[in-house]
Design a protein around this ligand. Structure first.
Ligand SMILES: Nc1ccn([C@@H]2O[C@H](COP(=O)(O)OP(=O)(O)OP(=O)(O)O)[C@@H](O)[C@H]2O)c(=O)n1
Ligand SMILES: O=C(CO)[C@H](O)[C@H](O)COP(=O)(O)O
Length: 397
């Protein structure tokens, strides 16, 4: 048994926005429903086999450590399990040569309740090593013996709380059918052969698919991007209802009709933004009406940093300026705006992707509408793609 990694820093809130899992209270209600009256909840732990070499992926790095949006795949799987508050311990089996790298991942992404064991030469042996650590008879182990152990491949990042609950409930409630004995998958057979325990096959969801080939990494990245782009916070530095910024909001809502767009006042005006940080929004559009400096953006970036939001996912911030035909001279405004390049480089280190967007604001109504549409399309693309190559760019609509 490996020593536990260094204590993590303060945690993000448990029910992260990137997934569609129910909150802890939903789960408690679901568990209460699922549990026959008078029965107490079983103590649950999880074992994650993560000791494979990922031969079919065809890259030197084992697939569980391959980056998805610059974060190792296994970190997403850990996140999916650790947000389930009723899983007490998570034991991960990794090879000796990847042990230090795994500790680094746990520390960097602030994972909790994780213990590491050495993997075996086969998946079954890796799982067996994890189970031994949970057996409750290891002299140095701080882990207590659970009643139910969830076995979950480290390369299945999208597991949902409800399917885990079904598995645990089935493990407690059901016996094993002849069908399961005949057609059960390998862990099931292992449990039957060596554990002399009953087992039940529970239907999973299509999301439980496993990252096996290189194309699966691209699929995983697309799914994650889509999940974290479902909410946009629009920060508008004017209360003027007639300002063109509000028209941009309308066009954005129209363009992205499946996305939640919330409008907020700037950071200095109080707690509005605190609230949105707690909703775990990963996309911000700041409409700068009054100024062409970066004061508001700086405040927003500071708040994002404090909230730890960008530890797990890249946060997109788009700073929007209107190129008003009657405003300050263009070259003077541009000189200020060009500072975005250096500042964006700095905040990129904190996983915040900052871009500027200039929206042409002509007198002609038709042309203005065209500019706003173009602006909304650029915003939608920046948020959906989260392309770090565009960081610091001033785009023009
Ligand atoms: N000796 C092994 C082999 C596999 N696994 C883990 O079991 C899970 C499912 O296995 P699989 O997808 O087959 O992974 P690999 O063996 O790494 O893939 P490949 O067969 O392409 O080499 C993975 O999380 C993998 O890391 C393990 O813990 N120990
Ligand atoms: O995909 C696998 C390895 O390639 C696993 O063997 C598969 O997940 C086994 O399923 P279970 O743990 O339910 O027996």
């Amino acid at each position: 048994m490996e020593p536990r990694p260094a204590a993590p820093r303060p945690r993000l809130c448990d029910s992260l926005g990137a997934d569609q899992t129910p909150s802890a209270s939903t789960l408690n209600a679901a568990r209460a429903e699922a549990r026959p009256a008078g029965r107490r909840a079983p103590a649950v732990a999880a074992v994650l086999p993560a000791g494979g070499s990922g031969e079919r992926m065809g890259v030197p790095t084992p697939k569980q450590f391959c980056p998805v949006l610059e974060r190792p795949l296994i970190s997403y799987t850990l996140q999916a399990l650790e947000r389930v508050c009723w899983i007490k311990d998570i034991v991960v089996a990794v090879t000796g040569e990847n042990m230090e790298a795994m500790k680094g991942i746990i520390q960097k992404y602030q994972h909790q309740r994780i213990s590491l064991v050495e993997a075996g030469v086969t998946r079954h042996r890796s799982i067996f090593n994890g189970l031994k650590a949970l057996a409750g008879d290891q002299p140095d182990s701080k882990l207590s013996k659970p009643e139910v152990v969830i076995i979950h491949d480290a390369v299945r990042p999208f597991v949902e709380e409800d399917v885990l609950l079904k598995v645990v409930t089935a493990a407690k409630e059901y016996g094993c059918s002849d069908y399961d004995l005949e057609f059960g998958t390998e862990c099931l057979q292992l449990a039957l052969k060596y554990g002399h325990i009953k087992a039940k096959l529970v239907e999973g969801s299509p999301d439980l698919w496993k990252v096996t080939y290189k194309r699966d990494l691209y699929a995983a990245e697309s799914i994650i991007k889509e999940r974290i782009s479902q909410h946009i916070c629009l920060v508008m530095d004017t209360k003027d209802e007639n300002h063109v910024g509000h028209r941009l909001e309308e066009v954005l809502k129209d363009e992205l009709n499946h996305v939640k767009v919330t409008s907020r006042l700037p950071c200095h005006t109080g707690r509005d933004l605190d609230q949105i940080m707690s909703e775990q929004c990963y996309s911000y559009v700041c409409v700068n009406v009054m100024t062409s400096d970066f004061e508001e953006i700086r405040k927003l970036v500071d708040m994002l940093e404090e909230s730890n939001l960008s530890i797990l996912y890249p946060v997109v911030v788009i700073s929007v300026y209107f190129l008003d035909y009657k405003s300050v001279p263009f070259d003077q405004k541009m000189e200020n705006l060009m500072q975005i390049r250096e500042y964006a480089k700095e905040v990129k280190k904190r996983n915040i992707l900052l871009c500027g967007l200039l929206i042409y604001y002509p007198q002609d109504e038709h042309k203005l509408q065209e500019s706003l549409r173009q602006g909304a399309t650029i915003i939608a693309t920046l948020i959906k793609e989260r392309n770090s190559g565009l960081v610091g760019q001033l785009l023009v609509a």
